[in-house]
Each structure stands twice: as structure tokens, then as C-alpha cells.
Design a protein around this ligand. Structure first.
Ligand code: KMH
Ligand code: ZN
Length: 278
């Protein structure tokens, strides 16, 4: 089991509002401060969604550019764009920001119910997004909301992918795979040798999933996108607070947090442009 643990901060998301979470980072200045504090607390990857001036989720390329510049100028974090966006976004909108060549981007490999909506990821979209990422040298992080998505990820990547395979298990979205006691063991048993994985539990399942991932040698995602409360009835004060909690849990589990550069080495990234190592 690797002792180094990659901590991803899913800092913004598309669903949460400022009314629900007053500490949600939105402006480039907010994002820069947030990224710096998260790196200081142990994060190595910043999973990025952006918002417009009114705080609504957007896939506007200019907004992503501002955010990317802000995060890169304030931190050494790996920047991972969402390609999932919000459930209502079109494929064209979701793929557009990739032209900015973030280090990584998410790729959800299947359609799934998502609370009271449908998160639409048919085979043609998965293939098109994957090819676009690879043509730009972007390393995908496969987002696994349900078990069939692992099979689809392995199909799209092929038998000998020219990049490191990394998957993120997202458990507990209403309508998708719950964070059952054995969900992580079931899913990770299906992964090919050499693949790395992180996990996150949405809402109440967050700490159970975090603990299981740490004990099993996995990596961890946390942040406002996944968890709004620090404790029952107590809103989290910042993404950095959530990262610091996981860093503490990692230490208790005998793991240490990876620096962003260590994370780059583990994920087969070099530099800040997402260039691949062979
Ligand atoms: N907002 C969800 C519909 C991702 O970032 O790639 C999709 C999502 C996944 O958040
Ligand atoms: Zn996301």
C-alpha cells in the first residue's frame, strides 16, 4: 500500500449555492485564496467548476481561463477541470474549456440519475470527450458514480492506454451507487493492476468513505462539492478545513499527504501542462 495519499479538493461544484454555503469560493480572488489554503493544508489536486457573477454554474471558457490563471498563480496544485458541468449543460458547453489544457479533466463514463435529474453521458460523448482530452495531452480522471462506469472507462481507455489510469469513486449521489459498506471493495476489485483510485462520499457518507479509502491505500476527494457540513448542523468554514480534516485522518491511518509534485509523479503528469510521461 502506498503511504502517500493524494487529496483532491472539489471546491466549488455546480449544485451548491452561496445561500447554502456562504464560504463557497466564486471569484478568481476567492479561488486563488482557496487554492493556496488547500495546498497548505495538504491538497494536491484542485477539481474546478466555475460560476458566473451571479454565482450560477457556467462552462464559459473565459471564466475557466481566469480561474486557472488565479489558481496557478497562487498555488502549485494540479488543476483538474470538470467536464461534467451542471446536469443541464450541453456536450459542446462541457467540452469547450478543455482547450485551455488543464493538467487533468474529469470524465464520467456513463449516464446516471442525479438527484431529480439525469446526468447524460452516452457512449458517443464519452468517446468524443476522451479523444479531445488525449489530443490535448490532458490526463482524464474517470468519475465512477456506478459500477458499469468502470467497464466503460476501461473500454474507452483501451487495453494499453498511453496515460496513467486514475479513477475517482463518487458514492452516495441520490440515484447513483450508494456508499454501502462494501461498495469500495466491490469497485476496487474490478480495477486493473497499476490503476490508482480516489474516493469520495457525498453528504453523510463522507467520513465512512474517506476512512475506507485511507485504510485501503486509496486517495481521497473532499470539498464543498461533496460535503457542506463539517459536523451535524455545523457548516464547514472552508475547503481548507475539510482538507485538513482528511490530512489528520490520513496521519491516523499511517498515511502521509503527497505534495503536488509527488502527485504529478504518481499520476504520470509532468510540469504544469499535463504533458505525459511514457
Ligand atoms: N455536477 C455533476 C452533474 C464532474 O465534475 O465531472 C457532474 C460533476 C462531475 O460534477
Ligand atoms: Zn465536479
Amino acid at each position: 500500500m502506498s503511504d502517500a495519499v493524494l487529496l483532491t479538493v472539489a471546491a466549488v461544484g455546480a449544485e451548491l449555492t452561496r445561500e447554502q454555503q456562504p464560504n463557497l469560493p466564486i471569484s478568481p480572488e476567492d479561488l486563488a485564496r482557496d487554492a493556496r489554503a488547500c495546498e497548505d493544508s495538504g491538497a494536491s489536486i484542485y477539481h474546478l467548476h466555475v460560476r458566473d457573477d451571479e454565482g450560477r454554474p457556467t462552462m464559459d471558457v473565459a471564466r475557466f481561463r481566469e480561474a486557472l490563471d488565479a489558481i496557478r498563480s497562487a498555488s502549485n496544485l494540479i488543476v483538474q477541470f470538470t467536464s461534467g458541468g451542471d446536469v443541464g449543460d450541453t456536450a459542446d458547453e462541457r467540452i469547450a474549456p478543455l482547450e485551455l489544457r488543464p493538467d487533468m479533466a474529469t470524465l464520467t463514463t456513463g449516464t446516471v440519475n442525479f438527484a431529480d435529474a439525469v446526468f447524460f453521458n452516452p457512449p458517443w460523448l464519452i468517446q468524443a470527450f476522451y479523444e479531445r482530452m488525449r489530443s490535448l495531452g490532458i490526463v482524464p480522471e474517470f468519475e465512477i458514480f456506478d459500477s458499469g462506469m468502470i467497464a466503460n472507462a476501461l473500454i474507452v481507455a483501451g487495453e494499453e492506454p498511453d496515460h496513467h489510469l486514475h479513477l475517482d469513486l463518487v458514492l452516495g449521489v441520490p440515484g447513483a451507487m450508494p456508499a454501502w459498506e462494501d461498495s469500495i471493495d466491490f469497485l476496487t476489485n474490478k480495477l486493473p493492476e497499476g490503476a490508482t483510485w480516489s474516493a469520495t462520499g457525498i453528504g453523510r457518507s463522507h467520513l465512512l468513505v474517506t476512512r475506507q479509502a485511507l485504510e485501503r491505500g486509496g486517495h481521497v476527494r473532499t470539498g464543498f462539492e461533496d460535503v457542506r457540513y463539517f459536523a451535524r448542523g455545523e457548516l464547514a468554514t472552508s475547503n481548507a478545513q475539510l482538507i485538513a480534516r482528511v490530512a489528520g485522518m490520513a496521519a491516523e491511518a499511517g498515511r502521509r499527504v503527497a505534495s503536488p509534485d509527488e502527485a504529478r509523479a504518481i499520476l504520470g503528469l509532468t510540469g504544469s501542462s499535463g504533458t505525459l510521461t511514457p
